[in-house]
Write a protein that binds this ligand. Structure first.
Ligand code: ZN
Length: 223
């Protein structure tokens, strides 16, 4: 109840702030939106290779992307989530959905869960925000909400304080637990804001595999 109240409160604050200080693009200062699609056209793709089941739209080296993700994560800038949600929806549809295909398996989007502690600090999960933005673009119901399949356990130390990949992988081990049972013959796509070493996605994939998932992919905004 408290969280719901907090979210309503945040959304009222955001709307009042829009009236007082109209939004403008972080890239070109155009009025009306915090991040315009025109500015995203020239952002480079990620340089380093990701495992072939993982995709990211942009290079995290871009200051505009870094700034936008920071706002999405810590400032509840929901219109940034909407823009990224649209781009992720287009990329996901292009890659995984073919209307002519005979494949009938369901495609579930699973946002990477955050810990209760972080949820209390922030009041929302940015990966959930992105997933909801993708689902709201999806008028024909290609993708389903898979939020309830994966849960997060409380962690000893914060992921962002642990730098290298093996340390991160060790740190994240055991931090996800199974949620609802997985429907058979389905495709599960993990959604996150940033892929750094890929340790978080690998651990989430491991749990989904243990739960019986055969086809698992991941999509993020940046790497
Ligand atoms: Zn712009």
């Amino acid at each position: 109840v408290y969280r719901r109240f907090l979210n309503i409160y945040r959304s009222i604050i955001a709307q009042v702030a829009d009236l007082l200080f109209p939004r403008s693009c972080l890239g070109c200062r155009e009025q009306g939106i915090t991040l315009c699609r025109n500015c995203l056209k020239d952002i480079p793709k990620p340089e380093k290779n990701l495992p072939d089941w993982t995709r990211a739209l942009f290079s995290y080296k871009s200051p505009l992307i870094k700034n936008s993700i920071w706002r999405l994560k810590y400032k509840y800038t929901y219109d940034i989530g909407k823009v990224f949600g649209e781009l992720l929806f287009e990329a996901l549809t292009k890659e995984y959905y073919n209307a002519q295909s005979s494949e009938t398996r369901s495609i579930y989007l699973i946002p990477i869960p955050i810990s209760k502690k972080r949820m209390q600090e922030r009041g929302y999960n940015q990966a959930r925000l992105l997933t909801n933005a993708i689902l709201s673009c999806d008028d024909s119901g290609i993708f389903k909400d898979g939020t309830h399949f994966l849960k997060r356990k409380e962690m000893q130390s914060r992921q962002s304080h642990t730098k290298n990949k093996s340390a991160r992988l060790q740190n994240i081990q055991g931090s996800f637990i199974p949620g609802d049972p997985l429907p058979p013959q389905s495709h599960f796509i993990l959604i996150d804001d940033v892929v750094t070493t890929g340790a978080t996605l690998e651990e989430a994939k491991k749990i989904l595999s243990q739960m019986g998932a055969c086809k698992i992919s991941a999509y993020a905004i940046a790497h």
